[in-house]
Ligand binder design. Structure first.
Ligand code: NAD
Ligand code: ZN
Ligand code: ZN
Length: 238
């Protein structure tokens, strides 16, 4: 899963060194860019590609500037999956992956229509994740995690937009972005499998919970939540 690329190479792939350092602060350490980053440089034996504390980098697409060593420290603190996210504007470089535990995503079709989508049937997604032991990417490695309310049943209208959302959810599932291990904000339970910011509709015939239908904005909202994780229509063309 974790990419074999050296962290320094990942930074260099998506940031270019700027020679004229702008009179701005680094968004990570809050110190001026003209001062060196406070983070340690790489070990001397890696010095051929190591990044110096004075290096200021600029993201290739969004153009935001920060200390390259600060960005390297942030990368090393995460899942080290070969992707970077600009801390200023959240632009994603490469393919962001998450920490969702192993499980199963199944898809069924239901004849009945959802409230607000009278002209089509329904897609049902069933997520199953069994309890297990947390890996190094989780909050408490080696400790068990629980799985409450699984299997979880989710619903989409079976129309063009709903099917597009389904395809993007499949990409998000493969990239381990749908669930994570953490503390449930609903129950307060720690070390449990929780939703990870891509909202799902778990109630089919009403919207008493706020997680049901009708909800005319739902498909657009979930498309933008997917996009903020780097999952867009481009992923389907590739
Ligand atoms: P959470 O409570 O930490 O919330 C994370 C996100 O999930 C939030 O954005 C929240 O809006 C959303 N969310 C909360 N309830 C949801 C629901 N019913 N359907 C769809 N999205 C929901 O995340 P969590 O602990 O994974 O989710 C809590 C939900 O999980 C509960 O409402 C329930 O549906 C289910 N659950 C069931 C049991 C059970 O024993 N049956 C136990 C725990 C949780
Ligand atoms: Zn910095
Ligand atoms: Zn940016």
């Amino acid at each position: 899963r974790a990419s074999a690329q050296k962290p320094e190479e990942v930074i260099r792939r998506y940031m270019e060194v700027v020679s004229a350092v702008p009179d701005e602060d680094c968004i990570i350490c809050m110190d001026q860019l003209s001062n060196p980053s406070g983070y340690e440089a790489g070990s001397p034996e890696e010095s051929s590609q190591s990044i110096g504390p004075g290096s200021v980098g600029k993201f290739v697409r969004c153009g935001h500037t920060l200390h390259m060593l600060c960005m390297l420290a942030m990368y090393n603190n995460g899942t080290k999956d070969g992707s970077l996210q600009c801390p200023s504007c959240k632009t994603i470089y490469g393919e962001k992956t998450g920490t969702q535990p192993k499980g199963k995503m199944e898809i069924y079709s239901i004849g009945q229509s959802l409230p607000g989508h009278p002209d089509c049937g329904t897609i049902q997604i069933i997520y199953s994740i069994p309890p297990g032991i947390q890996g190094p990417e989780h909050p408490n490695p080696g400790q068990p995690f629980t799985c409450r309310g699984f299997p979880r049943f989710c619903f989409l209208p079976d129309n063009d937009k709903g099917r597009k959302v389904l395809e993007l959810l499949k990409v998000a599932w493969m990239r381990r972005l749908i669930f994570t291990v953490g503390t449930s904000s609903t129950t307060g339970e720690p070390d449990t499998v929780v939703w990870n910011g891509i909202h799902h509709k778990t109630e089919m015939m009403s919207n008493l919970s706020g997680h049901g239908y009708p909800d005319p904005n739902y498909l657009d909202n979930v498309l933008s939540e997917l996009a903020s994780q780097g999952v867009t229509e481009d992923c389907l063309r590739a």
